[in-house]
Design a protein. Structure first.
Length: 100
């Protein structure tokens, strides 16, 4: 059996793609703009408050509805409250500096 470690280390066919990939990654890193959030950071506390307030309001509304045989209306409102609560918690975390 031949020793392929010395062949791999000296082979230009194996070293060249890595070097090209590294150069490509460096050029992408220098040419792309810095991250800019879609929602201004100053609006995050207000957004978190509105989303979480609507979550608790919908949760209270769903809990006070009369029981139905087919709870389609309840499931829709509860799903909306869950989605609003998820985004509200993320906005709340981001507003206090925990960027998730």
């Amino acid at each position: 059996m031949a020793d392929y470690t010395s062949l791999q280390a000296s082979s230009p066919f194996l070293v060249q793609p890595r070097r090209l990939l590294n150069l490509y990654a460096q050029s992408l890193y220098t040419s792309t703009p810095a991250f800019a959030p879609l929602i201004p950071v100053g609006l995050l506390p207000y957004l978190a408050f509105l989303l979480l307030l609507s979550t608790f309001t919908l949760g209270f509304y769903v809990s006070t509805l009369p029981k139905a045989t087919v709870p389609v209306h309840e499931v829709g409102l509860a799903s909306l409250a869950s989605i609003l609560g998820g985004f509200g918690v993320v906005a709340l975390f981001c507003s206090v500096g925990v960027y998730v």
